[in-house]
Design a protein around this ligand. Structure first.
Ligand SMILES: *Cc1c(COP(=O)(O)O)cnc(C)c1O
Length: 427
């Protein structure tokens, strides 16, 4: 480096070192090159996660749909496709994204919630299968496309997840058709001449233990037996990842989950008399651990007894802590050598909101102004939930390629981007 940069001190870089996340790259140098904050992804880790999912079951007709709302970057989606994952889309925008990344209609499942007829048409005209999630949406589909094939998302009764805001089954959730309404489903299918091609469910996000998942699958399969001739049954997503690796939180046992699923799938196929396709829909699992969000420390101060580390990682850049009180491990990369043991600090962003807190009362190594922080496990629901709140620029995304290159896969917003859709009128 011309400015004599010799690399940073990783004050607590054990997790990324163990994962080999940065390869030969230096996180501080990457921030200098691509700007701060910065979403970074590891191609190796992304591909490894895709393979874990692809290989978790041996049942022949097993399909993994990447739920791309977790990460809508075209390069990430394309790598997932190359690794043999299909795709789930929640909106016409996500359909456009997965198609731009190379997916074809038969590889896509549209699972929307409360959409207009126009949005259904957007998918149906491309030949994309739709899974509707209420009786009224099923009837709307039937009015628009009588005689066509459709899937229905059921609410299997038991939810799971890390926060009440991500539990998507059970009586309190807005999703799915209640199991008690199977007769009404049949009635609409008959009345509109529809063919039920598939059933789906999604019980919630980030469970680490497959207990509730397996129970709901049993409920779903009991319902499926009432519908002969299904092409597919979709178990949904929600596979968790350990967000507390610094405390040695163990990963989910995907091997065991796969063995349980295999037994259930082959059992059902034998009973049902047809080798239905079974689908899982991981979102977070695909990219979360493949992403680190880097940001810079700009201010350090005490308010009373609390020491605040002021960074450029606002809630607009990573929303999960503010929205769900989510924990993300943080690593510190410094230009200065280690200067004392850990101390409890609050790491905050640059947004004008008291809730703009990345980590509360978190023991971290001594931090200095100018240090770079690495927020781990930020590859899913990171960039995809980011916004321009406070007229902040969303960061660039960079992929650390398996061949050692660092490739920009999304440019940082510009000031022009922020104003692009506004129209000044005569005032
Ligand atoms: C969000 C979502 C998923 C993926 O959830 P994860 O918790 O990220 O695995 C799968 N299916 C549906 C229908 C979803 O809405």
């Amino acid at each position: 480096m011309s400015d004599g940069f010799r690399g940073c001190y990783k004050l607590n870089g054990e997790v990324t070192d163990r994962l080999g996340f940065y390869g030969d790259h230096d996180p501080v140098e990457l921030v200098r090159r691509f700007g701060s904050p910065l979403y970074l992804y590891s191609e190796d880790i992304l591909r490894a996660n895709c393979r874990t999912l692809k290989n978790m079951c041996t049942y022949k007709n097993f399909r993994v749909n990447f739920s791309v709302k977790a990460n809508t970057n075209l390069a990430i989606i394309r790598i997932a496709r190359e690794e043999g994952l299909c795709a789930d889309a929640m909106s016409p925008g996500e359909i456009a994204a997965v198609m731009a990344a190379g997916y074809e209609a038969p590889e896509i499942l549209f699972i929307p919630n409360n959409v207009s007829g126009e949005e259904m048409r957007f998918a149906a005209e491309k030949g994309i299968m739709i899974s509707v999630d209420s009786l009224s949406q099923l009837d709307l589909f039937g009015r628009l496309f009588p005689g066509k094939s459709v899937a229905v998302r059921l609410n299997p009764g038991i939810g799971a997840g890390h926060h009440e805001k991500v539990v998507t089954a059970g009586d309190a959730a807005k999703f799915g058709v209640n199991l008690a309404e199977l007769p009404e489903i049949k009635e609409i299918l008959r009345r509109r001449g529809l063919r039920l091609a598939g059933l789906s469910q999604h019980i919630g996000s980030k469970f680490m233990d497959s207990g509730a998942y397996i129970m709901d699958i049993r409920n779903l399969l009991a319902a499926a037996e009432e519908f002969p001739g299904l092409d597919f049954i979709d178990f949904g997503g929600g596979f968790g990842i350990p967000y507390r690796k610094q405390e040695n939180e163990p990963p989910m046992d995907m091997g065991r989950t796969g063995v349980l699923l295999d037994a259930i799938m082959s059992d059902f196929a034998a009973r049902y008399g047809k080798e239905v396709q079974f689908i899982v829909e991981p979102g977070r699992y695909v990219a979360a651990e493949a992403g680190v969000l880097l940001g810079t420390v700009h201010a350090i101060k005490h308010n009373g007894s609390i020491k605040f580390i002021g960074t450029d990682i606002g809630m607009n850049t990573l929303m999960r802590p503010a929205l769900y009180d989510s924990h993300h491990d943080i690593e510190v990369y410094s230009l200065n050598p280690p200067a004392g043991g850990p101390e409890a600090v609050s790491v905050v962003g640059n947004i004008c909101e008291s809730g703009d807190i990345l980590a509360k009362d978190r023991p971290l190594p001594r931090i200095s102004e100018g240090d770079v922080l690495g927020v781990l496990d930020a590859g899913s629901y990171g960039y995809s939930m980011s916004s321009n709140y406070n007229m902040r620029l969303r960061p660039a995304e960079v992929l650390l390629r398996s061949n050692g290159e660092a490739a920009v896969i999304r440019e940082r917003d510009s000031l022009e981007d922020l104003l692009r859709n506004q129209r000044m009128i005569d005032i």
